[in-house]
Design a protein around this ligand. Structure first.
Ligand code: NAD
Length: 483
């Protein structure tokens, strides 16, 4: 008897039910023993008034089964605050989003024949997608980009382990570390350290904008690319366009305990119920799920049946051939089922192995230091007064404080003391850097509270950031023009 698996199946919204049904039929036809537990999430759930879009029964099903296959979910305008997709990723801590981008025989693109075979390993729970946003003033918005050393270690180790599981030989890390030295730089530094533990795999850092450029110019040079959440989102959509579009871009959300498999694409509402869309992306997500479940033979059967259908039989959906001669979703599904058991001559067998999930220390204080201090604060304020006027007021307000005003910046550019050159176009939001009057003297919380009380009559303040120093290294950036 084949091993029995239980999988939570979320059909989802728009084209979701069609693509997940096609996938379920093809997987079942391979003979693997899967009991599918059908679960709700997305638009219908939001409309019933549940703000998360994910009902308790669905959460319980995934907790029980540990594995889910999911169609795309919509966040209908006017219902719910957060995306149900992001909620699921966070709720099940699926910190790694693996997105393969490979050329398919039979799908003609400007890149055909170049052998594109890239996997983007995207960090899935941190970065700007934590969605921590605040209005600094009525006209200035802020989004917090949180990156942790622990999160970096997890995703980078996962990328290397994934590369090993597929016999891949090279990992690039794509960041914007040249600009965001603390956040993106943490990813780069962690990558460079951890890469040394994987001497069998070539490793390179690449600036993310150059990575996008190189992916268009010479995509075949890449193997695995590990990157932060937003970079990965953009690079993987770019990548899918190189190989025939979103209809061919699968994905897996992987965590220590739970895995959710889903396509990169969304619910494409205008094609819903028309039996015209391409189910390949969700099918290939299902193939990734089969490998995750250890069903390597069934995965290989589907890969070969798919390639035979595309390249030998030339059965293609509307997104590839347009209206004339296109196979419907159901005809395409039946053709793949009919080809199960046929091997495609150019199939590249990767000798897949299960991914060895990295074990990372669970400690909350993942990075410990022996010495720490606070050199001052950045005080974020709102005012429409001229800079020199409120700067003088703040200097006077700080006269009896342990801190002095060092400088004021507007969106990262120093405006006081004034820089030479063009005056930046100002908003009503400023960051005022106060530092300790005595070098090497720690600023205490009581000093900060005292300063805030003195400042309050002159400007509105929205928040402060402490200027932390850890083991003698400043934990904050300098503004453009700051010495
Ligand atoms: P989309 O991916 O749904 O569709 C964009 C276009 O891509 C479609 O109009 C269609 O031309 C093409 N396309 C996508 N999937 C296809 C397929 N399987 N076969 C053929 N063509 C396909 O993107 P969108 O229109 O920006 O988003 C629609 C909804 O989906 C939104 O509510 C969005 O929030 C949601 N969404 C969900 C997910 C997810 O569940 N993971 C991801 C992205 C978007």
């Amino acid at each position: 008897m084949p091993q029995k698996h239980k999988v939570s199946l979320i059909p989802g919204d728009g084209i979701g039910p069609e693509v997940t049904l096609a996938t379920q039929k093809i997987i079942d036809a391979t003979g693997v023993n899967i009991e599918w537990e059908i679960c709700e999430a997305g638009a219908k759930v939001f409309k019933k008034g549940l703000g998360t879009g994910v009902p308790r029964e669905t959460v319980d099903s995934i907790i029980r089964n540990k594995v889910a296959l999911k169609g795309p979910l919509e966040t209908p305008v006017g219902f719910g605050e957060k995306s149900a997709n992001v909620t699921l990723r966070k709720m099940f801590d699926t910190y790694g989003n693996i997105r393969p981008i490979s050329e398919f025989a039979g799908i003609n693109t400007p890149y055909s024949g170049r052998g594109i075979d890239i996997v983007i390993v995207r960090e899935n729970v941190e970065d700007l997608y934590a969605g921590i946003e605040h209005m600094q003033s009525p006209g200035v918005a802020q989004c917090l980009k949180l990156i942790s050393r622990k999160g970096c270690e997890k995703i980078i180790r996962l990328a290397f382990e994934f590369a090993r599981s597929e016999g891949r030989k090279m990992v690039h890390c794509a960041t914007k570390a040249n600009i965001m030295k603390a956040t993106e730089g943490l990813m780069k530094r962690t990558f460079e350290e951890i890469a040394k533990e994987y001497p069998d795999i070539e490793s390179h850092h690449i600036i993310v904008d150059n990575c996008a450029h190189q992916m268009v110019k010479k995509p075949e040079q890449f193997d695995v690319i590990v990157t932060t959440n937003m970079n990965g989102d953009i690079l993987s959509d770019l990548g899918s366009a190189l190989i025939g579009g979103l209809g061919f871009a699968p994905g897996a959300n992987i965590g220590d305990q739970f895995s959710i498999f889903e396509a990169v694409h969304g619910s494409a509402p205008k094609y819903a119920g028309k039996n015209v869309i391409n189910p390949t992306a969700v099918l290939l997500s299902g193939v990734m799920m089969l490998r995750h479940l250890g069903e390597f033979e069934a995965a290989k059967l589907i890969d070969n049946a798919l390639l035979t259908t595309l390249a030998a039989d030339k059965v293609l959906t509307r997104d590839i051939v347009g209206d004339t001669g296109a196979a419907s979703t159901t005809q395409y599904t039946d053709a793949i089922i009919g080809n199960l058991g046929k091997m495609y001559s150019e199939y590249k067998d990767r000798n897949y192995h299960p991914i060895k999930m990295p074990h990372i220390r669970q400690d909350q204080d993942f990075v410990r230091v022996s010495k720490r201090g606070v050199n001052g604060i950045d005080l974020f304020i709102e005012t429409d007064k001229p800079v020199v006027q409120f700067a003088k007021e703040l200097e006077l307000a700080a006269a009896n404080s342990t801190m002095k005003l060092k400088m004021i910046s507007s969106r990262g550019v120093r405006v006081y003391p004034a820089e030479q050159g063009a005056t930046p176009d100002l908003t009503d939001s400023f960051s005022c850097r106060f530092v300790s009057k005595e070098i090497h003297t720690d600023v205490k919380d009581a000093d900060i509270i005292h300063l805030l009380q003195k400042v309050e009559p002159h400007v509105r303040w929205s928040h402060i950031e402490k200027l932390n120093e850890f083991d003698g290294v400043a934990g904050y950036s300098k503004s453009h023009g700051e010495d």
